[in-house]
Design a protein around this ligand. Structure first.
Ligand SMILES: NC(=O)c1ccc[n+]([C@@H]2O[C@H](COP(=O)([O-])OP(=O)(O)OC[C@H]3O[C@@H](n4cnc5c(N)ncnc54)[C@H](O)[C@@H]3O)[C@@H](O)[C@H]2O)c1
Length: 318
């Protein structure tokens, strides 16, 4: 039985991953400071005696040390990070600390305690403004447009140097936009909130032509575990995604339809939603397809399913 540490395991993606790792009979320690995550995401997981939740900050050196002393981890899934890209515009330290220094702290503890396997939750944001061309894993030069992307790229660089120097094996999986149950923020939430306030009109930031691939969270978890069981290099790096993109105007239409409204869409103009946004993004997925994995939901289906989840979630919390 593997003993696994999931950092950020009370978050959206981390909690789905935890559920799946427990279903596959692993022992899972979830470490999360609940700054963005919620303990309620672990409702199902915590019923399993193989799941332990530890509330704390990765940047708390003493706490992290005692965690590694207490458990002999075989694998670490490092997902803790800032997940709100626009937020660090006002304060870049958010991504320096939460996105980069958390990774560095985990690597240091892996080195000190001899933990040899790491899965890192990276992102399409490392690629920067690509102008919508299909981006392969070998694309470059890499100039991220957001502090978040910079924090993830710096993390990848240190994972590489730790792998080379201390014999750590790494799976760097670069997620696109991910959606599904348990999200707390993002465009789908913004649109639902705005329409609840003003059902006759939906204000959309930008020109609506921004388009990105949306991967359904259960497909993402499948892809992560598939990559880990089918690749065995020192550093394994993959774009995880879905073919096709969903435009912002299409998302607006899907939300209006799901809420049974006839709202008029008003665009604020300009080609992007906020500073640091990457308005058009497309992955080249040849590498993961050749490995043998494909998403089961299309990007549009993933978005529609996620809207349904948000509306059901809202109805439950009324
Ligand atoms: N959701 C997406 O679309 C997406 C896309 C690309 C990459 N990612 C990456 O996937 C991972 C998970 O994202 P998510 O959407 O589930 O976000 P999330 O915010 O729901 O999860 C991140 C978790 O990390 C925790 N955390 C943050 N800083 C911490 C710290 N210092 N110590 C302990 N815990 C800390 C938060 O409380 C939260 O529970 C992140 O690394 C994110 O960058 C997500």
């Amino acid at each position: 039985m593997n003993t696994i540490l999931v950092t950020g395991g009370a978050g959206f993606i981390g909690s789905h991953l935890t559920d799946r790792l427990l279903a596959e009979k692993n022992k899972v320690v979830v470490f999360d400071n609940l700054s963005l995550g919620r303990k309620s995401n672990l409702k199902q997981a915590l019923q399993d005696p193989n799941c332990t939740f530890v509330e704390g900050d990765i940047l708390n050196e003493e706490l992290l040390k005692s965690l590694f002393e207490q458990h002999k981890f075989n694998i670490i899934f490092h997902l803790a990070a800032n997940s709100d890209i626009a937020r660090s515009y006002a304060n870049p330290n958010v991504d320096l600390d939460m996105t980069f220094l958390t990774t560095y702290a985990i690597l240091q503890k892996m080195r000190q305690y001899g933990v040899k396997k790491l899965m890192f939750a990276s992102t399409s944001a490392i690629y920067g403004q690509t102008g919508g061309v299909e981006v392969k894993e070998t694309y470059g030069p890499l100039f991220p447009a957001s502090h978040y992307g910079a924090g993830k790229l710096a993390s990848e660089a240190f994972i590489s140097s730790f792998a080379e120097n201390y014999g750590i094996q790494a799976w760097i999986t670069r997620f696109p936009n991910v959606c599904g149950e348990r999200t707390t923020h993002g465009i789908l939430h913004d649109f639902v909130k705005k329409l609840k306030k003003t059902p006759e009109e939906l204000e959309v930031l930008g020109d609506g032509k921004q388009a990105k691939p949306y991967l359904y969270v259960k497909d993402l978890i499948d892809a992560i575990l598939f990559v880990m069981s089918h690749s065995d290099e020192k550093i394994n790096y993959y774009n995880l995604g879905v073919e096709g993109q969903t435009s912002v105007s299409k998302i607006a239409e899907f939300v209006i339809e799901a809420m049974n409204l006839h709202a008029k869409i008003r665009y604020t103009g300009g080609d992007r939603g906020w500073v640091g946004d990457v308005p058009k993004f497309a992955y080249n997925l040849d590498k993961i397809h050749q490995l043998g994995w494909k998403a089961s939901y299309s990007s549009d289906e993933a978005v529609k399913q996620a809207i349904k989840n948000i509306l059901e979630q809202d109805a439950c919390s009324l």
